[in-house]
Design a protein around this ligand. Structure first.
Ligand code: MSP
Length: 514
């Protein structure tokens, strides 16, 4: 089956931070999970380059906007490579394919009679690139997200007839699984029930945007332009983009993963725009929570961000990916704490998993001719087999719900069970009596087999660590799949073992990291 997943297209007003890395890591885990399930995945990410926010940033830096965008885009690509993000397409909204697609899409919306000229006045947040629901008589209102002054706007804009899609959107957002998590769904149901208002899709006096055909002084509103990046990124032929559903790789997207701040755009405005252009709306939208520092959203505009590159240098890629997906409930806000980061990584990855693998390989090689023992006796009855089968199911069910935390916990449970089993069975005592040879062989095989399963299950969350674990067991990670690799007993006793090497270095708590 085909599966399309998208990250938001990130504003290039500043270099990427931990918050943007969070969404992208989560999507990468989902994309890898879907590939292991045997699906053919289109994983799309990219950058949102137009609008006033970007124009002003470039001005402050005394740079041409395009040069500024190129610079920041390179930093996103560099970070995604460092984080081993397995994206298939990287969309830039300044690319010529995208611009051409926006024009085509607009003409379809016009043909549906969904565009008219009107006047918009109200308080605007440049950080959000959005009009805010604030009384016009309010004096000096500020944006609750960006903590910056709102700006008064009163201008002629083109409007999109969102109100025409009231019934269609009401139907859509009621569908089970369209909006997750459930709490976010209620927020949108409530918003839509108050009645949808048409929204403006063009700006005047803004040069840094895509021109609106037939309207010399207008450029497209940055959100109208950016959402269409999901379409331009899905085009089969990037050289001669022509917009029909057949010209797209897999439409509609299975899931748009976004932060809760931009849920309305994705769950309401975006599906209506698609319906207007005759394209299907997405299957699902997941609005995750914010990474916070001292309770405040971590954000480029607020200047309280953690630099992912510094965190990578400090703890490494596996530590960073593991902590974000294992410790923070996806969907809820989560406060980043360095002490907790260190404790969790050291405890889970170095002690529980790393030591298990290390000590078991050492025992196996020492007692069984440098190899994996043959398990003649208890293969089908091993208590570790039964527990691991239960945990594999828990892991897969949770991943299907984007519940990374539960999936990660299921892996740790498998490792804890195996550690406990070794401690109870004490093979180092049993092996002293030669008549126990078969029992010890079976025990060691079972624990190594648990390590193999752990290695596979870790792959979507921490691919680099997973590959290192599987390599020690002489397993080619490029050949794994859930269907063919998760059956108990596939570890081949004749394949041998590498010399045990710690798969994860402990992190020492630094003096001052940030
Ligand atoms: N450009 C728009 C999205 C257009 S999508 C067609 C945008 N960009 S953004 O760079 O400001 O934010 C994108 C996303 O980054 C947020 O929705 C969220 O997914 C993620 N995050 C930004 N700050 C974050 C945190 N502090 N914590 C978690 N995620 C955060 O909005």
């Amino acid at each position: 089956m085909k599966y399309t997943i998208t990250t938001p297209l990130y504003y290039v007003n500043d270099k990427p931070h931990l918050g943007s890395s969070y969404t992208t890591i989560a999507c990468d885990a989902l994309a890898r999970f879907q590939r292991l399930k045997g699906n053919s995945v289109l994983f799309l990410t990219g950058v949102d380059e137009h609008g006033q926010k970007i124009e002003r940033t470039a001005e402050r830096k005394n740079l041409q906007p395009q040069l500024h965008c190129d610079e920041i885009t390179d930093q996103y690509k560099y970070l995604w490579d460092k984080l081993n993000i397995s994206y298939d397409r990287f969309v830039r909204t300044t690319s010529k394919e995208h611009i051409s697609l926006v024009h085509q899409f607009y003409s379809k919306v016009v043909r549906s009679d969904d565009v008219y000229m009107g006047r918009q006045s109200g308080w605007y947040c440049v950080g959000c690139e959005e009009y805010k629901d604030v009384d016009k008589n309010d004096k000096n209102p500020i944006c609750s997200i960006h903590k910056k002054d709102l700006e008064w706007r009163d201008e002629e804009n083109l409007f999109f007839k969102l109100s025409k899609y009231q019934d269609a959107i009401e139907e859509l957002i009621k569908i089970d699984g369209f909006i997750s998590p459930e709490s976010r769904k209620n927020e949108i149901l409530n918003f839509v029930s108050k009645g949808l208002r048409d929204f403006s899709i063009s700006r005047v006096n803004l040069k840094w945007g895509i021109n609106v055909p037939g309207n010399k002084y207008h450029t497209f509103y940055v959100w109208f332009d950016a959402l269409l990046g999901y379409v331009s990124g899905s085009l089969k032929d990037q050289d001669s983009p022509e917009l029909t559903e057949n010209s797209l790789i897999n439409w509609p997207a299975n899931i748009h993963v976004i932060g809760k701040d931009i849920l309305r755009f994705h769950a309401v405005y975006w599906p209506a725009m698609l319906l207007s252009a005759g394209l299907k709306p997405p299957h699902a939208v997941f609005g995750h929570g914010f990474l916070t520092r001292e309770g405040q959203k971590m954000g480029k505009s607020l200047g309280n961000v953690l630099d992912p590159i510094k965190l990578l240098e400090y703890g490494g890629i596996d530590a960073m990916r593991w902590y974000l997906l294992r410790d923070i409930e996806f969907g809820e806000d989560g406060d980043f704490q360095i002490r907790r980061f260190v404790d969790i990584v050291n405890s889970d990855l170095c002690n529980t998993i790393g030591n298990l693998l290390n000590r078991t390989i050492t025992m196996s090689k020492k007692w069984f001719n440098d190899n994996i023992p043959v398990d003649n006796t208890l293969l089908s009855k091993s208590p570790l087999k039964i527990k691991s089968e239960l945990k594999i199911k828990e892991y897969i069910d949770s991943f299907n719900d984007s519940n990374f935390k539960n999936s990660a916990n299921a892996i740790i449970d498998i490792a804890n069970n195996a550690n406990l089993y070794l401690n109870e069975r004490e093979p180092w005592k049993l092996i002293k009596d030669i008549s126990n040879n078969d029992i010890v062989a079976s025990d060691i095989y079972s624990v190594l087999e648990s390590c193999r399963i752990i290695g596979i299950l870790l792959y979507p969350i921490v691919p680099n660590l997973s590959i290192r674990i599987l390599k020690q067991l002489k397993i080619d990670s490029s050949c794994i799949s859930f269907e063919t690799s998760l059956k108990w007993g596939l570890l081949n006793p004749s394949s041998g073992l590498e010399d045990p090497k710690p798969v994860m270095e402990k992190i020492e708590i630094g003096e001052s990291l940030f």
